[in-house]
Write a new protein. Structure first.
Lengths: 372, 279
């Protein structure tokens, strides 16, 4: 009896080992490319769109006469992605972090310098999207999408004369109709832009000033939200909120009949850029660079831009006639009105990584706001 | 009093099923919204069946759950049989509590420690990537095992100890005695254990999250990762389908059980009658 149990256990162990082997192995003929991207952040073939990953595999085989299999994995936040990479347990060839995460990863030597001979399509990236603060010499990253925070309002409730600046979020007329960000950096940002203070300030007094402004706003605020903003704006539960331009279009798609959402950019506001990078755990750098190059070529770039609905820094996208027509005049105006001066505005206004000391202080201020 | 109890039951039902009902209704929504119902449409179901990545995630989840359930059932049953045979009472209690630890341990601790262990072992062997399907499978077996043991052990204790002995007296080898006499007796426990293992593996998020590697993602992880943009109603459609599949499976298994019980009753009755006829 004992022996039979031992045998069964041994068989089980063997089985597990065998299965483990299956999971990890790949044949030597087919190359593997591990891509790590945000969820829902690539045109994936749904709703009759372009299936970027499959098309890349096809294109690669035709061009280089070699099979490649893309292992596509997703993450939900920069921090999730960072944690996985830093654990050293995984190996990815291409990742698409946001700006502040890129500067952090650069500091920690987690990114490889790109060989631009393999990325000739980099020429498509607009001039104003180069030399951004997180990668001043354009050595480590290729911008993929960018976004700008703007104010979204319901034109059936809000008087057009009141719009245009950050003031709208402090307007007493709309008490109980205003949504504010539920994270310290973004919420403080709105107050700082309104007051004309530097959002990356290290001066405690300036942060105190912003807090005072937020406290003034608190009685007017319906609630502090993140993704709940979608449902609240779509259904007309709230009339004023701020979010990224690309997300505004998602809301428009789903707005109720009695809601008429509109959008505008205040004079100064926050920007983000998500860029393609190659992490230091990359197993096949040339292949990764070819993938990045492919992503920059017109067809996939346009497909991705129209799928994600975020603005693209790729001139092959925003000057393409078919794309312009598909988006429509109003959308193009909202997404791309700042193309000409993007770099300048971005380097001036975008959030950067704060020193730990400032960060702690800001979080303590945020606590006092949330408690009241 | 009667009315109060009725209201109470109704409230309970609402709390239990309202979320599912809302999900179900909005999976048929024409628009993308969760708050505005603009018309009936099967659009999101169509979209779901075109989303290859999500379907792949569903397939991955099922493969993982089936494999983890099968392996942990075999291992767990073997372990329970072994534990039941132990003569030393203290050793048995010690083993019993030991197997309970993974069950009481918070998922997040189990997840992190498993990940650290895999990374550590992977480094020892110089592997570039230490997380893959295999590591996820091992983790799922790890947290399913105690539940299987918990289901099988009581059945073994209830079983008449003389049963396998009698089988061996009649010429069975120990292995044969186990399969012929013991296993049928503890089968209900084994099956319940397997079903539990399957469902636990199916909806585990935390442990999978820490132990998943390149390329192999399960459904809960995929849905979680959709939060940069909003979760699309495709997922409501998927959840609705899963709900109905589980519901049908439950109904079938309940009906089957009922039939089994009835058949057994009839059999007993027949035997009784046969006996009576003889005498």
């Amino acid at each position: 009896m004992k022996r039979s149990i031992a045998l069964a256990l041994a068989a089980m162990l063997l089985c597990t080992v065998f299965l483990t082997g299956c999971g990890g192995g790949g044949s030597s003929k087919t190359l593997t490319l591990n891509v790590y991207n945000w969820g829902e952040y690539i045109s994936d073939g749904s709703e009759d769109s372009f299936d970027t990953v499959r098309e890349f595999e096809k294109w690669y085989e035709e061009t280089y006469k070699q099979k490649v299999k893309v292992n596509y994995t997703t993450y939900a936040s920069n921090e999730d992605m960072y944690a996985k990479l830093a654990s050293g347990a995984v190996s990815f060839d291409v990742v698409i972090p946001s700006d502040y995460m890129i500067s952090r990863m650069l500091k920690e030597n987690m990114l490889l310098e790109l060989d631009f001979n393999n990325i000739p399509n980099y020429k498509n990236i607009g001039e104003t999207f180069r030399n951004l603060y997180y990668d001043p010499d354009n050595k480590y990253s290729v911008p993929y999408t960018y976004g700008v925070v703007g104010v979204i309002y319901d034109a059936n409730v809000v008087d057009a004369a009141d719009t245009g600046g950050w003031d709208l979020l402090w307007n007493e007329k709309y008490k109980g109709n205003i949504l504010q960000f539920n994270n310290s950096r973004d919420a403080f940002g709105t107050a700082q832009y309104k007051l004309g203070i530097d959002v990356n300030s290290t001066d405690h007094a300036e942060w105190d000033q912003a807090l005072a402004e937020l406290k003034k706003q608190a009685p007017l605020v319906k609630s502090y939200v993140m993704d709940e903003i979608y449902n609240m704006m779509e259904s007309g539960e709230a009339a004023i909120g701020c979010y990224y331009a690309g997300d505004y279009f998602t809301m428009i798609d789903a707005q109720a009949e009695n809601v008429d959402l509109k959008f505008y950019y205040p004079e100064s506001t926050n920007y983000f850029v998500d860029a393609m990078c190659i992490p230091s755990c990359c197993q096949n750098k040339e292949l990764a660079e070819r993938f990045i190059n492919y992503m920059l070529s017109p067809e996939p770039a346009i497909a991705n831009a129209s799928f994600i609905y975020y603005a693209s820094p790729n001139s092959a996208v925003y000057t393409d006639e078919g794309y312009i027509e598909e988006m429509g005049e109003e959308t193009m105006e909202i997404l791309y009105s700042q193309v000409d001066k993007f770099g300048e505005l971005y380097n001036k206004y975008a959030y950067r990584n704060l020193e730990q000391e400032t960060l702690d202080y800001v979080n303590s201020l945020w606590e006092t706001l949330k408690i009241n | 009093m009667k009315r109060a109890s009725k209201i109470y039951t109704a409230l309970m039902m609402i709390f239990l099923f309202a979320p599912i009902a809302i999900l179900l209704v909005f999976s048929f929504n024409e628009a993308k919204s969760l708050s505005v119902f603009s018309g009936f449409s099967l659009k999101w179901y169509r979209e779901l069946f075109r989303d290859t990545e999500t379907l792949k995630a569903v397939r991955n989840t099922l493969i993982l759950a089936v494999a983890a359930a099968l392996i942990s059932t075999v291992m767990g049953t073997a372990a329970a049989v072994g534990m039941n045979k132990l003569r030393n009472k203290y050793l048995r209690t010690a083993l019993d509590s030991l197997t309970n630890i993974p069950m009481i341990n918070p998922d997040i601790i189990t997840g992190i420690s498993l990940m650290l262990m895999f990374v550590f072992v992977g480094r020892l062997f110089g592997a570039a990537t230490s997380l893959n399907f295999g590591t996820m499978l091992i983790s799922h077996i790890t947290f399913c095992l105690p539940y299987v043991i918990l289901q099988v052990l009581p059945k073994l204790q209830q079983m008449d100890k003389a049963l396998p002995e009698a089988a061996m007296d009649l010429g069975c080898t120990p292995l044969r005695a186990f399969f012929k006499a013991e296993l049928p007796e503890i089968m209900p426990g084994v099956i319940t254990g397997m079903i539990m293992a399957f469902t636990l593996s199916l909806d585990d998020f935390v442990i999978s999250y820490f132990t998943s590697g390149n390329g192999f993602q399960t459904l809960p992880i995929r849905i979680y990762n959709m939060t940069k943009k909003t979760v699309t109603p495709k997922m409501y459609a998927l959840a609705t389908i899963i709900f109905f599949v589980i519901l049908t499976l439950l109904l079938i298994s309940n009906l089957y059980d009922e039939e089994m019980v009835q058949k057994r009753r009839e059999k007993k009755l027949n035997k009784k009658q046969a006996k009576e006829a003889k005498t």
